[in-house]
Design a protein around this ligand. Structure first.
Ligand code: ZN
Ligand code: FE
Ligand code: FE
Ligand code: ZN
Length: 275
């Protein structure tokens, strides 16, 4: 029997201070939804003091390990252990030594800050009215390229998250800014995630857009699926729609991760009536 839905490789827990629910709650939600695999990818600790309000404290990392480990024997769903690590200038000091010491199945790499501005945080929306939108996207994709160049990350998180609150570019400008970054993502051997979190914000769209996903496809960049759930009821959110987007873009496979290695598996077949 073919899988009905893909693995959800991006969920959070209460430890990051802005999500709710224990790992057990998310696993129960995945089971109820028929999600065959779930990977915890909570916000990485940053002992250098970067953005302390929206990530787990390093002292609580052992608790994260314990809570997820206690669930890993389960097979319905299978439970994986990962992290969502931010790329920012200076992140390598900690991540280069710390990431390889952990038993992660996958490491998402995400950009949430441009200099001191947490541009995707709802508290900071007003700053968008004071900046040049195209220049902001340019800086964003430069950081994505630098993220890829580090070689520290397996999967690029929410590829076009600057659209979250509706700040968009025309396709020509978007391609000019995104293509060099996606080239570097491809060179790094990274995957991108189809992150359904964008559907829950004014963007109203999966990250990345179909247009950007086609640019990924053209570069043979593999994909995974993530809900970016910050509450258990978002596990597997709109995954039928995400699989359809992947298939419509020409993808036939996604990656299954174990121990930071990705192996291609066929996309689940979604009924054509499902959206
Ligand atoms: Zn978060
Ligand atoms: Fe993120
Ligand atoms: Fe996330
Ligand atoms: Zn996220």
């Amino acid at each position: 029997m073919s899988r009905a839905l893909p693995a959800d490789y991006h969920v959070h827990t209460f430890l990051c201070k802005h999500a709710e629910g224990t790992p057990a709650d998310y696993v129960a939600a995945a089971k109820a939804r028929g999600i065959p695999e779930i990977c915890f990818a909570d916000h990485v600790p940053a002992p250098d003091g970067y953005d302390p309000g929206t990530r787990m404290d390093i002292g609580r990392f052992p608790e994260y390990v314990e809570m997820v480990s206690a669930l890993r024997a389960g097979t319905d769903p299978e439970v994986l252990f990962g992290i969502e690590a931010d790329y920012y200038e200076g992140c390598r000091t900690f991540l280069e030594s710390w990431l390889p010491e952990q038993d992660f199945d996958l490491v998402l790499g995400s950009v949430h800050f441009i200099a001191e501005w947490g541009f995707d945080h709802p508290d900071n929306i007003a700053v968008w009215e004071t900046v040049d939108v195209a220049e902001t996207w340019r800086k964003y994709f430069e950081l994505v390229g630098a993220l890829a160049d580090t070689g520290l990350f397996d999967i690029l998180g929410h590829t076009d998250i600057p659209k979250k609150f509706g700040h968009r570019l025309d396709e020509k400008t978007l391609a000019e800014l995104a293509e060099p970054a996606l080239d570097r993502v491809a060179t790094a051997g990274m995957a991108v995630e189809l992150n359904t979190g964008g559907l829950r914000y004014p963007a109203g769209e999966i990250y990345p857009s179909r247009f950007l996903l086609e640019l990924c496809r053209a570069r043979d960049i593999p994909i995974v699926f993530g809900s970016d759930a910050h509450a258990a009821d978002c596990v597997g959110h709109a995954f039928e729609q995400a699989v359809k987007l992947a298939a419509d873009t020409g993808y036939t496979e996604s990656l299954r991760f174990r121990g930071r290695k990705g192996t291609p598996v066929p996309l689940p077949r979604i009924q054509s009536t499902a959206t």
